[in-house]
Design a protein around this ligand. Structure first.
Ligand code: ZN
Length: 457
């Protein structure tokens, strides 16, 4: 009997109800799980795995920034190093071609898959040409991100960004921001142009960039024009200065302001909800929206710490993203999410609740929940009808050998830096085998060529 390519037998798998033994997972040609059966018999010819997890959702990405990750780590003349980073980012954003964007995105997505992300939400704001004109097809660069995802195999939520202003109070865009210039009408046109690509591996939503870049009127117009139920993401309260200016110019804190102007519900993701008042913590948690946390980027940019403990106590939902791509690993995001809280509170084991006292298990499952919700796609659970997105951990690695299932995620998230993700299935396709992406070398070649050219421009 030949090895079945559409089934996997997991000695242990993390199902919605918890770890279960002897789980037979099967998927169909569309890439959806058709059956997930614990307590099954190991059939001859079906591949076996030790520990199987649902793949993680990366809820916030600006793919092109992968090309500059790690290159802004020199002190500039300004005290605020955020601005030196943004200068470099604008330089890359101002030059990058659609072909280069596709090459960089593919590399990023391959790296994300290799580390355990099987889905990504692309907050896509470089949409015009370097001169600030529209491409013949205004969805040109968005389609490049989609093409990269088809190549890498990662599930994609594509979020064309509405970017109208340089700052609070409708300040005109600066020269370095002309490639980002959009209004609700143009974003909805781009969304429309992407409709034909929608399917189980690709969802399309929209993203007002921030309250700095979108007026209240534009917010309402965009929300009203987007087809019902589609994901909406926004950068909300990343820097203290941003909160201060929002208060001064708009007369309210960012989350309060947003919630007063549009109905913030479960289809919203508030990215970098870093600086919240107690009232905003409660309101955001009660809204059912997802707090989009990007701990390595927020640390890298010196943003601050999200009030995780009160937010979780209020029943808030969160997910994780790699944003500027200083890390491509969900392990590192979740580790630093927890470590930041421990350092600030001088306590241990923050991210738990009464039902789950294991930090690793709690973090993985909660980030799956929030990420899945805000992706708008049927992901995040090993259950029939969901995408066949899963990770096989390397059960032979010394870190995992002989563990009880309750210990696996603690080891996975909090021990060492070896990548324990051995194989990755995304949309029913084995895209990573033995730690290597199936198209890894070709993708890396195109990436290095693109970045060399980009840096020489
Ligand atoms: Zn961002």
């Amino acid at each position: 009997m030949s090895m079945s390519t559409s089934a996997l037998f997991a000695r242990h798998a993390l199902l919605p109800e918890g770890w279960r033994a002897d789980v037979l997972l099967e998927w169909d040609e569309r890439g959806d799980l058709s059956s997930v059966r614990p307590g099954a018999d190991a059939l001859a010819g079906v591949e076996k795995a030790d520990y199987v997890l649902p793949g993680m959702i990366n809820l916030h990405s600006h793919a092109f920034q992968r090309a500059m990750a790690g290159l802004a780590e020199r002190a500039g003349s300004s005290e605020d190093s955020f601005w030196t980073w943004r200068e470099l980012m604008y330089r890359f954003a101002g030059r990058i071609t659609p072909e280069q964007m596709e090459a960089v995105a593919a590399q990023l997505q391959v790296e994300c898959l290799r580390h355990g992300y099987t889905a990504i939400c692309e907050f896509h704001y470089v949409q015009r040409d370097p001169g600030g004109a529209l491409y013949a097809n205004p969805a040109e660069t968005a389609l490049r991100i989609a093409a990269a995802a088809r190549r890498s195999g990662i599930g994609l939520t594509l979020l064309p960004v509405m970017y109208g202003y340089a700052g609070f109070g409708e300040q005109p865009l600066k020269p370095g921001q002309q490639r980002f210039r959009t209004d609700p009408e143009l974003v909805l046109r781009i969304v429309e142009a992407l409709e034909a690509q929608r399917g189980p591996q690709l969802e399309v939503g929209a993203a007002p960039h921030s309250l700095r870049a979108a007026s209240a009127g534009q917010l309402r117009e965009l929300v009203a024009g987007l087809p019902a139920g589609r994901p909406l993401h926004i950068h909300i309260a990343e820097q203290q200065l941003e909160v201060q200016q929002c208060l001064e110019v708009l007369g309210a804190r960012p989350v309060d302001y947003l919630m007063e102007r549009v109905e913030v519900d479960g289809r919203w993701c508030l990215v970098h909800a870093t600086h919240l008042s107690d009232g905003e913590v409660a309101a955001l948690a009660a809204s059912g929206a997802v707090a989009g946390l990007c701990p390595t980027t927020e640390a890298n940019l010196g943003d601050g710490l999200f009030p995780l403990a009160p937010y979780l106590a209020a029943g808030g939902v969160f997910g994780i993203g790699s944003d500027s791509h200083v890390s491509q690993s969900p392990v590192e995001e979740l580790r630093w999410l927890e470590y930041g809280q421990r350092l600030a509170r001088r306590q241990r084991n923050i991210a738990v609740d009464d039902a789950c006292r294991d930090v690793g298990t709690y973090l993985w499952r909660q980030a799956l929940r929030g990420g899945a919700q805000t992706s708008g796609r049927a992901v995040g659970r090993l259950a029939a009808g969901r995408r066949a997105d899963l990770l096989v951990l390397d059960g032979a690695h010394p870190n995992l050998d002989g563990l009880d299932t309750g210990e696996v995620l603690g080891r996975f998230l909090f021990c060492g830096n070896d990548n324990l993700v051995r194989d990755v299935l995304a949309g029913g396709r084995w895209v990573v085998r033995d730690g290597r992406h199936v198209d890894q070398d070709a993708v890396a070649r195109r990436y290095t060529q693109a970045v060399r050219a980009l840096r020489a421009m």
